[in-house]
Design a protein around this ligand. Structure first.
Ligand SMILES: *Cc1c(COP(=O)(O)O)cnc(C)c1O
Length: 352
């Protein structure tokens, strides 16, 4: 039986005070420590926390050749009393294991994930800057480390958690999306529902193409390009009249924690929510008639992203500026739970 207690080695001095958080680009600075646990000889080894540092990997490590890699994205928040919180972490644990199974990687035991996460956050707690909108972005990830380029699942893996501070910022500038009528992000029976690293690699080129046309993101459609599925790397909601529509999750659509939390919050507000396939035709027809009121993306990183315009083939539809959009209202409701400002009646948050 492997020792599951975390072997900890701390930095001698935190770099926190030397960093000007107001002037760091997201994802470029990491906290003092990192967590990792290796899988070899058929079992998870003793987990460790060390000072944040580069890794050494054999150039033939399989992650580089066959892309066995999956990740998660979550956040820690600090309330006005200085207490730190995480949001629905068991969902991320379940999802990394869903991704692991599909990519033929070993599942991460709950204790390794949760204990690693909580211990690392406890140690780097000062990096969770208080204030609504500020948070610590947490990146758990799992990848194949075994050396050797034979095309088969690896026998050795590394599970890690690293954290990077997020400052509240107003990313001025609009987000306009173009509906894809050619490229696909995912396929039936494929890996679209997982957070496989390769899904992102495959999305960059089509996204660059729509950027050349003045759009910031692509709305992914199914293989026949008739149904709307996700916006960039977020789930997507459409408001037609007063109804909120979003696609059901399946092989191609990622089961986002933000998505399902917003569906619940919208229902609690008495909003009519329809979780069903949303066709390009109905959305473009609603837009032509002025009935398409809102489109917004939902994901942990940006929470809710209001979309200001939608392009489809040669048409472009600007969305109206509403006084009280669902997007703002739902975002506030969610943030208020995440920052321990309002009652958390579903027990979504956990104190560190
Ligand atoms: C991570 C991700 C989302 C959002 O999931 P959350 O759990 O809400 O952060 C949506 N779509 C894709 C493709 C993703 O990778």
């Amino acid at each position: 039986m492997i020792n599951t207690a975390i072997n900890i080695s701390k930095v001698s001095e935190s770099k926190f005070t030397s960093i000007d958080l107001d002037n760091v680009t997201f994802g470029t600075i990491y906290t003092d420590h990192m967590f990792f646990c290796d899988f070899k000889d058929g079992e998870w080894q003793q987990p460790q926390i060390t000072p944040y540092q580069p890794l050494q990997l054999d150039p033939s490590a399989r992650v580089f050749h066959y892309g066995q890699a999956a990740f998660e994205g979550m956040k820690a928040y600090k309330d006005e009393h200085g207490d730190a919180w995480i949001f629905r972490p068991e969902e991320n644990w379940k999802r990394i294991n869903f991704s692991a199974r599909r990519l033929a990687m070993p599942e991460v035991p709950e204790e390794v994930f949760m204990n690693g996460l909580k211990t690392l956050l406890e140690m780097d707690k000062q990096w969770i800057v208080p204030g609504k909108g500020n948070s610590l972005y947490i990146r758990p990830f799992l990848f194949a480390t075994e050396a050797g380029v034979s095309a088969a699942p690896a026998a050795e893996y590394k599970f890690m958690i690293i954290c990077t501070p997020v400052q509240a910022y107003y990313k001025g500038g609009e987000v306009k999306v173009k509906i894809s009528d050619y490229f696909s992000r995912a396929a039936n029976g494929g890996v679209g529902a997982t957070k496989a690293a390769g899904n992102y690699a495959a999305s960059f080129y089509p996204t660059n193409k729509v950027k050349e046309e003045g759009y910031q993101q692509i709305i992914w459609t199914n293989s026949t390009h008739e149904y709307l599925e996700e916006a960039g790397t977020m789930n997507v909601f459409f408001r037609i009249g007063d109804k909120l529509l979003t696609a059901p999750t399946d092989d191609r659509i990622l089961d986002g924690v933000t998505r399902k939390s917003l569906i619940q919050l919208a229902k609690d507000e008495g909003i009519e929510v329809e979780v069903r396939k949303v066709s390009v035709k109905e959305v473009t027809e609603a837009a032509r008639k002025g009935e398409l009121k809102e489109v917004f993306g939902a994901g942990t990183a940006a929470v809710v992203v209001p979309i200001t315009g939608v392009g489809y083939q040669d048409e472009h539809f600007d969305l109206p500026k509403l006084d009280n959009p669902y997007s703002t209202m739902l975002k506030e409701k969610l943030l208020n739970i995440q920052y321990n400002i309002t009652e958390d009646k579903y027990n979504w948050t956990q104190k560190i």
